[in-house]
Design a protein around this ligand. Structure first.
Ligand code: AMP
Ligand code: MG
Length: 347
């Protein structure tokens, strides 16, 4: 399959009638799959009401069939078509955070969406992305669009159209290239079907931000306890992994440097993931700065690109600094731990 690339300037007025967007929307209406920029990462979109389109998404990504997709909408009115009930907490969260990096799990109306999209669950995860190109595309096609991250399953999520093409060129109908994404980590997933909402996946909206508008929010115990079964099926899979084994290092920078030297003596090419503040403190084959530690949003924005750059530079092993587990650091640490298969080396 020849993958089309549509370059779109997200700052153009009236994107909806832009010919690239109209072309991509036509592909979606014909049940083809198309990658699109969102404010978090690039998504791989397909008509959520079509088994054919949804099957294409799973096939292109090599995604396990029991991992449901997030449904993207441009307008709250679309919810009533496939959601059976909108709880009060969800109303408040939508008003506060949509469009934005917050996915809400609702009870589902049966028989509307493709069963494959929700992996046969009685619930459905929905969000409204805060990106002019994504919103224009959703409005133009008028369909609920199922869109997981547009990477091969298990790889770091894509934050640029180049990342999408590295993984999916030839496997999808097209990609709308709207430049690099902003937040850099995926949306927060919050289950509003329970009396007290539960965070199933940390992401772009923090627990503190949610609590400021709805009061108590719980966190799925599986996020911190490896032994419990996650309520979000996708959270059980290894994700975001670079090609080389990745270890998170808990301890001083001197300790991390000693680990590097030990592996270099064994003849390995070693990579270090640090931040701008400390990039000159390490000596290794490849030392990459992933944003500024003082502003964790910049670490989130650069994280997946940094993990993918280690692949291009072909290191044999990667040591990474750890980050504070608070605010957006919660999402950063969740992704890094998954990318590392939970491997932490302590001093
Ligand atoms: P991705 O699209 O790759 O960002 O992953 C979507 C995440 O949302 C995965 O962790 C899914 O398991 C989760 N998800 C999607 N639908 C549901 C649902 N109905 N209930 C719980 N988690 C869901
Ligand atoms: Mg993903």
């Amino acid at each position: 399959m020849n993958t089309k690339v549509w370059i779109v300037d997200k700052n153009v007025d009236n994107l909806e009638s832009n010919p690239q967007i109209v072309d991509a929307a036509n592909f979606l209406r014909e049940n083809e799959v198309v990658a699109l920029p969102t404010e978090t990462v690039y998504g791989l979109g397909g008509n959520a009401e079509s088994d054919e389109a949804v099957a294409e998404i799973f096939a292109a990504k090599g995604r396990p069939g029991d991992n449901p997709l997030i449904i993207h909408i441009a307008d709250k009115e679309q919810l009533s078509r496939f959601v059976s009930e909108v709880p009060r907490t969800a109303e408040v969260l939508m008003d506060a955070f949509w469009p934005g990096p917050l996915t809400i799990v609702f009870n589902k109306k049966e028989g509307v969406l493709s069963e494959k999209a929700t992996a046969g669950l009685s619930t459905v995860a929905v969000r409204m992305p805060d990106h002019p190109v994504a919103l224009a595309l959703l409005k133009s096609c008028g369909l609920p669009i199922a869109a997981p991250s547009a990477n091969s399953s298990g790889k770091p999520s894509p934050t640029s159209a180049e990342h999408v093409l590295d993984d999916l060129n030839g496997k999808i109908a097209g990609v709308l290239d709207g430049g690099p994404t902003g937040v850099g980590v995926e949306s927060t997933v919050v289950d509003c079907t329970e009396a007290v909402p539960v965070i199933l996946r940390p992401g772009g909206v923090t627990k503190e931000q949610l609590e400021a508008v709805i009061g108590e929010v719980r966190v799925d115990p599986a996020l911190t306890d490896e032994a419990s079964k996650p309520k979000s099926p996708g959270m059980k899979y290894k994700h975001y992994a670079p090609n080389a084994p990745l270890y998170l290092v808990s301890g001083t920078r001197d300790f991390l440097q000693r680990l590097v030297e030990e592996k270099e003596r064994e003849g390995l090419s070693v990579g270090v993931l640090t931040t701008e503040e400390y990039v000159n403190q390490f000596t290794a084959d490849v030392v990459l700065a992933c944003g500024h530690r003082a502003e964790l949003e910049t670490v989130a924005a650069a994280l997946y690109d940094t993990l993918r750059r280690f692949n291009q530079l072909k290191v044999d092993i990667i040591f990474s600094e750890m980050f504070p587990n608070e605010g957006v650091g919660h999402a950063i640490m969740n992704r890094l731990l998954k990318a590392a298969g939970n491997k932490i080396i302590g001093e």
